[in-house]
Design a protein around this ligand. Structure first.
Ligand code: GNR
Ligand code: NI
Length: 182
């Protein structure tokens, strides 16, 4: 098991569309285990493979209070959706930002488990919201894409500043390379 680093907005790798899983092998089982470990440690209620820079259609969620209802969806498809809800969403890839997003209230999802068996899941409430949020990640889409351009531009500027700060903290000499020596 391993905890994997999570990509942060506006990292362009968050925009890559994930590919269908075709091999239900030990490597996939390892990825699923690592996604659960990373999600529980973060902590978050969901995580898509895209967020750990693996561009395959795999996501995990657990919206239970006790953190003991792990759900893994592979190659998920929404086969039915109805109703509308608005909820203040957050994202591990967009730290410290919470904004209202509108989603379908109830969904029926068809997916494979890690052995490749197809199953269907009916979801509502937070579980339905979270699954839709994770499925967006697999398309390279983030919840901030639903916000107004004004809000998103503000966020992006803030995120870029933070990314620069993070790089400077990691490599103090490199980011000073162009500074005068005297
Ligand atoms: O931990 C998370 N919380 C959350 C809250 C409201 C709506 C969606 C989410 S998912 C998020 C974890 C995450 O970024 N998954 O991609
Ligand atoms: Ni997210």
């Amino acid at each position: 098991m391993a905890q994997l680093p999570i990509l942060e907005y506006p990292d362009p790798r968050l925009r890559i569309r994930a590919e269908q899983v075709t091999e239900f092998d030990a490597e996939l089982a390892q990825l699923v285990a690592d996604l659960f470990e990373t999600m529980y440690e973060a902590p978050g209620i969901g995580l898509a493979a895209t967020q750990v820079n693996v561009h395959r259609r795999v996501l995990v969620v657990d919206v239970s209070e006790e953190r003991n209802e792990p759900i893994c969806l592979i190659n998920p498809e929404i086969v039915h959706a109805d109703g509308k809800v608005s909820y203040e969403e957050g994202c591990l890839s967009v730290p410290d930002v919470f904004e209202a997003v509108e989603r379908a209230e109830r969904i029926k999802v068809r997916a494979c488990d890690k052995r490749g068996e197809t199953f269907e899941l009916e979801a509502e409430g937070l579980l339905a919201i979270c699954i839709q949020h994770e499925m967006d990640h697999l398309e390279g889409k983030l919840f901030v894409d639903y916000l107004s351009t004004l809000k998103r531009d503000r966020l992006k500027k803030k995120a870029l500043k933070k990314a620069k700060r993070d790089v400077a903290d990691r490599e103090p000499e490199a980011s000073n390379a162009s500074a005068p020596l005297i």
